[in-house]
Design a binder for this molecule. Structure first.
Ligand code: IMP
Ligand code: MG
Length: 171
């Protein structure tokens, strides 16, 4: 394992997250929003984004896994922790850390639509478009990044580095 280089520092993250929060706040003015945080990677992003929104934001959590370990997608998606409360008629924003192949999100969005939310949008902190195989409509994107394996701010390599306060990549 090589050293970790900074790709997006704390200040840039915070600034961009404030911008997205402002946009969501405007577009959902007067409405209650339900965030669906995809565990574990998007915890840091979800929390910071929610704190910057002046309005009602409810939090729900779901956990799926498409990665066994390491850096390669297994292509197989497993539901590890399902929603506990109903999202029927809710205005839902799915909050993800990163979209890579798109397999996880395209599966998850279809699954969540069956639960009949009023609206459903997708917000991702990072978008890695180079390796996309499944088309997904993303409504809010923090940063588009090159095809590097990134860690930190929730993202892990074998469960490590999630607590780094910045986004880094492994050389
Ligand atoms: P996808 O199904 O290929 O879009 O993969 C999405 C999931 O893979 C993300 O939610 C992450 O958990 C994981 N992932 C994809 N790229 C990276 C990365 O560069 N670093 C850490 N995790 C990643
Ligand atoms: Mg994830």
């Amino acid at each position: 394992m090589g050293e970790i280089k900074t790709l997006i520092d704390e200040e840039k993250l915070s600034k961009r997250i404030s911008e997205i929060a402002g946009q969501i706040e405007k577009e959902y003015a007067g409405k209650e929003i339900t965030f669906i945080c995809i565990l574990k990677g998007s915890v840091f992003f979800t929390v910071d984004l929610a704190k910057k929104i002046n309005g009602d934001v409810k939090l729900e959590f779901i956990r799926v896994s498409s990665y066994n370990d390491g850096t390669e997608s297994s292509g197989e998606i497993k539901m590890k922790l399902d929603l506990k409360d109903s999202i029927k008629d809710k205005d839902v924003i799915v909050v993800e850390d990163i979209i890579d192949t798109g397999k996880t999100l395209s599966y998850l969005i279809e699954y969540l639509k069956m639960k009949k939310p009023n609206t459903i949008r997708l917000c991702t902190l990072l978008d890695k478009p180079d390796r996309r195989v499944e088309k997904v409509k993303v409504d809010y994107i923090g940063f588009q990044i090159p095809d590097k394996f990134v860690v930190g701010y929730g993202l892990d390599f074998d469960e490590k580095y999630r607590n780094l306060p910045y986004i880094g990549y492994i050389e």
